[in-house]
Design a protein around this ligand. Structure first.
Ligand SMILES: N[C@@H](CCC(=O)N[C@@H](CS)C(=O)NCC(=O)O)C(=O)O
Length: 222
């Protein structure tokens, strides 16, 4: 078997070699891993074709993959020839990276229920979801005429963890269905194992916290 070009240390994501770390055993904080990713979190990508160049932070990884592997701009926009769409794509990536992703923790994963944090983040997540819902009115994709990094980022770090009934957000619901109907997205969600977005969205909060305890090793606080 030929050696892989890319190695990804990850929770679920596509790459030709995927290595799982045990978050529960805090492998992401081990010395060898911190030498790759000083932030001690997943994911981290290694590009073996470029002297084992290391990329960390999920959005930087997405942009790197597009820069080197999506040269026909099928799932990204070209910074030179499509500068406005490229900028819009960045805007939505940052919107999700800075806003939606951090919220998910208190909403779905925290081992104890902290009413102030939950209210604060629930209100904010509903606000952010409303921004998405409005954006998706009369358009198929978050940016421009086709599926792009903006949709990928928001699907994976946002929609799956937010504690809302998506029936209240029909534009988001239809957008999710469009994304999940893409065969390549479907394939990617199977690596290293199937991510059940529906199951995650609909799972009761208590069950999700148990998942947080099992996967991340959070201690349950009564
Ligand atoms: N800003 C980082 C956040 C990464 C992140 O929170 N990763 C989670 C898994 S999805 C993690 O590594 N959690 C374990 C920890 O925080 O120790 C990124 O987007 O890459």
């Amino acid at each position: 078997m030929s050696s892989p070009q890319l190695t990804l240390y990850a929770s679920p994501s596509p790459a030709d070699e995927v290595k799982r770390l045990s978050l529960k055993d805090k492998e992401q904080k081990s010395d060898w891993y911190l030498k790759l990713n000083p932030n001690g979190r997943l994911p981290t990508l290694i590009d073996h074709s470029k002297e084992d160049f290391v990329i960390w932070e999920s959005s930087a990884i997405l942009l790197y993959i597009a820069q080197h592997f999506d040269t026909e701009h099928k799932i990204s926009y070209d910074p030179i020839n499509e500068p406005k769409l490229y900028s819009e794509q960045l805007q939505w990536i940052f919107f999700t990276h800075g806003g939606i992703a951090p919220i998910a923790h208190f909403m779905r994963l925290a081992p104890e229920s902290i009413p102030y944090a939950i209210k604060r983040f629930r209100d904010e997540s509903i606000r952010l979801i409303s921004v998405l819902e409005e954006r998706l009115k009369d358009r198929e994709w978050l940016v421009g005429p086709h599926y792009s990094l903006a949709d990928i980022k928001t699907l994976l770090r946002g929609a799956k963890l937010l504690d809302v009934d998506l029936n209240d957000y029909p534009n988001i619901q239809k957008w999710l269905e469009r994304i999940l109907a893409r065969p390549k997205t479907d394939k990617g969600l199977n690596v290293p194992e199937r991510v059940n977005l529906d199951g995650m969205v609909n799972r009761p909060l208590e069950e999700f916290r148990a998942y947080g305890t099992a996967v991340f090793g959070f201690k349950k606080v009564e």
